[in-house]
Design a protein around this ligand. Structure first.
Ligand code: HEM
Length: 222
């Protein structure tokens, strides 16, 4: 068994995976995600998710900038993960060049972004949020990309968020990312804090899906 597959309770990546398994199942099964995957939502619903990602990733990546200057945190900052410019390109394609004046930040997104801003000052909490989003985007995100492209007739434009141009193969990168997480010098209390924060991170995503789901409930095509 390799280090990344270990279930050793001190290994962060294994603890994050085990600690968020149920929360992942819940997030993945929300009505909004299910309907996005089966193509029954209008394209505007997908565009709105991208719009919410803009606020979320700006906050996540600003938190990452804080961690870049931390001797421990710097090891889990990867420039090739930066998503904000891709999200902006997707919004210009999906909404138009005036997207900034046309998008609305939802309450659940504000709550999520506030939590991310606080996490910038804490390595275990930043690591939890970065893990939840980036490893998710490199995993299920790749499935979402293909489904969205198929249902909405998109090519490369509009899904740049899911395209990591500087990460040609996701598997070795995810392995490296988990190794970096496992190499962090965290105390037992910090490890616990990271797992608890990752559970919060999943809940924040589920809450956002709930809000988006309610917005588009009446527009689902059957
Ligand atoms: C349609 C929705 C989704 C599908 C189909 C999906 C699918 C998957 C799959 C197949 C994996 C395993 C990949 C691997 O072992 O390399 C995975 C991992 C992961 N997903 Fe999702 N996912 C979805 C939604 C989400 C959401 C909404 C989040 C969080 C916001 C998320 C976060 C993660 C994370 C953090 C991992 C890494 C788990 C680990 O190995 O530690 N996923 N997902």
């Amino acid at each position: 068994m390799t280090k990344t597959e270990s279930t050793d309770s001190t290994v962060l990546s294994a603890r994050l995976r085990a600690g968020t398994r149920d929360a992942h199942q819940t997030a993945e099964s929300t009505g909004f995600v299910t309907r996005l995957m089966d193509g029954s939502l209008p394209l505007a619903a997908y565009a709105n998710l991208v719009a919410q990602h803009h606020t979320i990733y700006r906050a996540l990546e600003q938190a990452g900038e804080q961690q870049r200057h931390d001797t421990r945190g710097a090891t889990v900052i990867f420039d090739e993960l930066t998503r904000t410019p891709s999200i902006e390109a997707d919004l210009a394609h999906l909404i138009g060049d005036d997207w900034r004046s046309r998008i609305e930040v939802l309450p659940a997104t504000r709550v999520y972004a506030a939590r991310l801003s606080e996490a910038g000052a804490s390595l275990p909490r930043y690591a939890a949020h970065a893990y939840t989003r980036y490893l998710g985007d490199l995993s299920g995100g790749q499935v979402i990309k293909r489904m969205v492209q198929r249902h909405y007739g998109l090519g490369d434009q509009g899904v740049a968020f899911y395209t990591f141009t500087d990460i040609p193969k996701t598997k070795p990168f995810k392995d490296e990312y988990r190794e970096r997480l496992d190499g962090l010098d965290l105390s037992a209390a910090e490890l616990d804090e990271a797992v608890a924060e990752a559970q919060v991170a999943f809940e924040l995503n589920t809450a956002l899906f709930g809000e988006l789901g309610r917005l588009y409930e009446s527009l689902v095509s059957h």
